[in-house]
Design a protein around this ligand. Structure first.
Ligand code: NAP
Ligand code: MG
Length: 501
């Protein structure tokens, strides 16, 4: 559907068809760089969720998906990857309009989504059980079976990539899916759903419903025909997901927030550490769960590091995210922009020293969009709000430290445990810290990158379960144990009484 103005209306993807919401309602979606409406999206309610869940249920219980051989499923997943690569420029542009991400990063995300589909295509035939040696004349083996219908709820910061991380392994294992994208960024998830259809994934296997999380997301979590929930988003929402899923004892996996430390020791390659730290905080304008938002700097290198770091950060080009030269785009929404600026005010009030940014850019061209300058606070104390809460914007807290012991203590002084980076050339120190920091993802002399081969997830209140790698298959399959009696002697418990004689 396209209106006279060229603005499209996107339906819900249910049972292989794009359909309007039962209520007929839609909601607008905006370009974060200009706040212009770029499309309208169907606003689902509980009735639509029920239709989508029933379609997924039928596709799982009766449809061809579950009967396909691993190779047949793999061919379709590989085809999704091929289509994403064939259309990378068009989809990257759409993703930039959808969420404001700079075009260079959008292209990386589309290709990363393709890699994710390829990776799980390669694993479809490798989901197997084990045979277990028994203490008696028994054969015991396990089988890994898909759960069935998976409800998947995702955030706005990596719209298509998060959808790929969720869909590819669930489908590889033979599940069917009801996916709910974030309301700020619904479009590319719908397009990915369409891509799955084009790739030959049967109707009803991938359903995409758009609408408010408090209603649509909640309905998915509570639906008795949904077997499993996979959620990525804020820790507070994660708590609500657990409560909503409790009624039907859903299997739940959670990927939640972070406040990840980035620790620089005097023996590090300082220039590389500066470059890596810039990447770790400013890519995607800091809107990443693994952003290294706390820079722990050893006091002896503090001034030297900060000179170079501030010099490079102030030179980052902020502007139109569709321009190939732009390095920092807008935040996802006006609301997110205001939230980030309120954290800036709070940090100032609590006594952190603002060294860079802290405001919207002066350039009049950028006033319509949700831009915030790269922002760096120095002399941050671990108890300040800016050191404890997730800002989800281009805001860095620099915390000086004196000893390795103190660095570990500060690094772990958070409810989160998603990731950490250590910059040092002392091999013993590097591994000592990797062992002592309570986080699911540690990088040493390397910034934030999450390829599908490596497991990803959080300690503490950063989540439950591990996505990516082979580990995620544990989240999308359940173990069935089969035991077979082999003895020639007939089983007769009461006939041989008392037992054991
Ligand atoms: P969010 O507010 O928690 O929303 C995430 C998703 O949950 C959205 O689709 C949202 O729908 C839905 N939702 C909201 N309330 C719900 C409810 N009561 N029941 C069911 N679903 C509900 O997160 P966000 O603001 O989109 O994303 C930012 C957060 O995601 C950050 O905290 C970040 O750290 C985290 N994140 C974590 C990872 C990771 O892998 N660990 C990766 C990326 C992001 P609406 O959009 O309609 O509200
Ligand atoms: Mg939110």
């Amino acid at each position: 559907m396209t209106t006279e103005t060229g603005i499209r209306t996107y339906g819900l993807l249910i049972d292989g068809q794009f359909v309007p919401a039962a209520s007929g309602e839609t909601f607008p979606t905006y370009n974060p760089a200009t706040n212009e409406v770029i499309g309208y999206v169907a606003r689902a309610n509980r009735e639509d969720v029920d239709r989508a869940v029933r379609a997924a249920r039928r596709a799982f219980d009766e449809g061809p998906w579950g009967h396909m051989t691993p190779n047949e499923r793999a061919r379709r997943l590989r085809r999704v990857a091929e289509i994403l690569r064939e259309r990378v420029d068009e989809l990257a542009r759409l993703e930039t309009l959808n969420c404001g991400k700079i075009i260079v990063e959008s292209r990386m995300d589309i290709l990363a989504a393709a890699n994710c589909f390829d990776y799980y295509a390669n694993l479809t035939g490798q989901i197997w059980g084990e045979t277990i040696p028994m203490n008696g004349p028994l054969l015991d083996y396990t089988v890994r079976e898909p759960y069935g219908v998976c409800g998947q709820i995702i955030p706005w910061n990596f719209p298509i990539l998060m959808a790929a991380w969720k869909l590819a392994p669930a489908l590889a294992a033979g599940n069917t899916v009801v996916l709910k994208p974030a309301s700020y960024t619904p479009i590319t998830a719908l397009v990915l759903g369409q891509t799955c259809l084009e790739a030959g994934i049967p109707e009803g296997v991938v359903n995409v419903v758009t609408g408010p999380g408090s209603e649509v997301g909640a309905a998915i979590c509570e639906h008795p025909l949904v077997d499993k929930i996979a959620f990525t988003g804020e820790t507070e929402t994660g708590r609500e997901i657990l409560r909503l899923s409790a009624g039907t004892i859903k299997k739940v996996s959670l990927e939640l927030g972070g406040k990840s430390p980035n620790i620089v020791f005097p023996d590090a390659d300082l220039e590389e550490a500066v470059n890596g730290s810039l990447f770790a905080i400013f890519t995607n304008v800091g809107q990443r769960c693994t952003a290294r938002t706390r820079l722990l700097l050893h006091e002896s290198i503090h001034d030297q590091f900060m000179d170079l770091f501030l010099h490079k950060a102030s030179a980052l080009r902020i502007g139109d995210p569709l321009d190939e030269r732009t390095q920092l785009g807008p935040l996802v929404s006006r609301r997110q922009c205001e939230r980030v600026l309120s954290y800036v005010e709070r940090a100032k009030a609590e006594g952190a020293a603002l060294r860079l940014g802290g405001k919207r850019p002066d350039d009049p061209v950028l006033q319509r969009g949700n831009f915030v300058e790269p922002t760096i606070f120095d002399e941050v104390q671990p108890q300040m709000t800016i050191a404890r809460e997730e800002v989800f914007g281009p805001v860095l807290a620099v915390i000086p430290f004196r000893t390795e012991e103190e660095a570990v203590e500060i690094a772990n002084a958070t409810i989160y445990g998603l990731a950490a980076t250590i910059w040092t050339n002392d091999i013993k120190r590097a591994h000592r810290l990797a062992a002592r920091i309570k986080a699911g993802n540690i990088s040493i002399n390397y910034p934030v990158v999450n390829p599908p081969e490596a497991p990803f997830g959080g300690f503490k209140q950063s989540g439950i379960g591990r996505e990516l790698s082979r580990h995620v298959l544990d989240l999308y399959t359940q173990v069935k144990n089969v035991v077979v009696g082999l003895s020639e002697q007939r089983f007769d418990w009461y006939g041989n009484w008392p037992p054991g004689r």
